[in-house]
Write a protein that binds this ligand. Structure first.
Ligand code: ADP
Ligand code: MG
Length: 254
C-alpha cells in the first residue's frame, strides 16, 4: 500500500518560492487504479516524482508497505507524455532495455518483451525503429517497456496527452487489458475528466496550486470498460459531478 502523509513541495528558484503542493494525504491500495485529475500546473507531475523518490518533498513523506521512501524507488515503472524511446534501438531492444539494465537473463527478457508486444498487437513490428512507427505505436512500446520488469507500481504522467482522440480511446482499452492481467497498482495523471473516469477505480481531484486533495470519487463502472461505457447514464453522472467540481474551482466556466 502506498501512503502520502501531509506531502508538501515548495520549489525555490530564481523568481522566488513556488508552493506546488500542500498537505497532500492519500492512501492507495495494492492493485488499485487511481487517477490524479487536476488542472495544468497544480503539481501532478511533482507528486509523481515524489512517489518515485527522485524528488524529495519539502514537507511530509511517502511510504510504500510501511517503508518510508528515501531514495529512488526502482520497483516502479514510469510512462511519460513523451515516449522517450531510444532512436538507435529497434522496438524489441527498446522494450528489453529494462531487463538488460536489471541483469535479467537475455532469453527471459526476450520472451517477456515478445509477450508484451503481442498483448498490444505490435509483435510484427519488433524489428522496426521508433521513427518508422506512429505516435500511438511508440507510446504502446513505452508502456511495454515500463511493464517489462513487472512493476508493482506503475506511474503514468499524461501518457496519452500527445495522441489523437481515436488512438487515445484505443490506448485506454489496451491499458485496461494490460492492467487487468498484471494486477499492478497504477497512479495515472491526467487533466482529462472522461479519461480519468473510464480508466479508474478511484478519481482523486487535485485543486489548483498549491495542489491538495479536493475530492475523491470511487468509480463503480463495470469492467472491462468498452467503447459504449461512455454513453451510459452512470458515466455521464460521474462526468457531470466532476465537471461541476472544475467549475467551482474556476477551471471551467460558462
Ligand atoms: N523544477 C522546478 N523548479 C521550479 N518550479 C517548478 C519545478 N517543477 C515544477 N515547478 C512548478 O510547480 C508547479 C507545479 O508543476 P507540475 O508539478 O509540473 O504541475 P502539473 O503536472 O500539474 O502541470 C508549477 O507552477 C511549476 O511551474
Ligand atoms: Mg505535469
Amino acid at each position: 500500500m502506498l501512503i502520502l502523509n501531509n506531502v508538501g513541495m515548495t520549489y525555490h528558484s530564481g523568481s522566488g518560492p513556488v508552493e506546488a503542493l500542500r498537505d497532500v494525504n492519500l492512501e492507495i491500495n495494492d492493485g488499485e487504479f487511481v487517477s490524479l485529475l487536476g488542472p495544468s500546473g497544480c503539481g501532478k507531475s511533482t507528486l509523481l516524482f515524489i512517489v518515485t523518490g527522485l524528488t524529495v518533498p519539502t514537507a511530509g513523506y511517502v511510504t510504500i508497505d510501511d517503508k518510508k521512501i528515501t531514495e529512488p524507488f526502482h520497483e516502479a515503472g514510469f510512462v511519460f507524455q513523451d515516449h522517450l524511446l531510444l532512436e538507435w534501438r529497434n522496438v524489441l531492444q527498446n522494450v528489453s532495455i529494462q531487463g538488460e539494465l536489471r541483469g535479467m537473463d537475455k532469453q527471459v527478457a526476450h520472451e517477456r518483451s515478445m509477450e508484451l508486444l503481442h498483448m498490444v498487437g505490435l509483435e510484427d513490428f519488433k524489428d522496426k525503429y521508433p521513427h518508422e512507427l506512429s505516435g500511438g505505436m511508440q507510446q504502446r512500446i513505452s508502456i511495454c517497456r515500463a511493464l517489462h520488469h513487472d512493476p508493482k507500481l506503475l506511474l503514468m504522467d499524461e501518457p496519452f496527452g500527445a495522441l489523437d482522440a481515436f488512438t487515445r480511446d484505443q490506448m485506454r482499452v489496451d491499458l485496461e487489458r494490460l492492467w487487468a492481467k498484471r494486477n499492478s497498482t497504477v497512479l495515472f495523471v491526467t487533466h482529462d475528466i472522461s479519461e480519468a473516469i473510464l480508466l479508474s477505480d478511484r478519481v482523486v481531484v487535485i485543486s489548483r496550486r498549491p495542489g491538495t486533495v479536493l475530492e475523491q470519487i470511487k468509480i463503480d463502472l463495470p469492467r472491462p470498460r468498452n467503447f459504449s461505457v461512455s454513453e451510459s447514464a452512470e458515466f455521464l453522472s460521474y462526468k457531470h459531478r466532476l465537471t461541476k467540481t472544475f467549475m467551482e474551482m474556476g477551471v471551467l466556466y460558462e
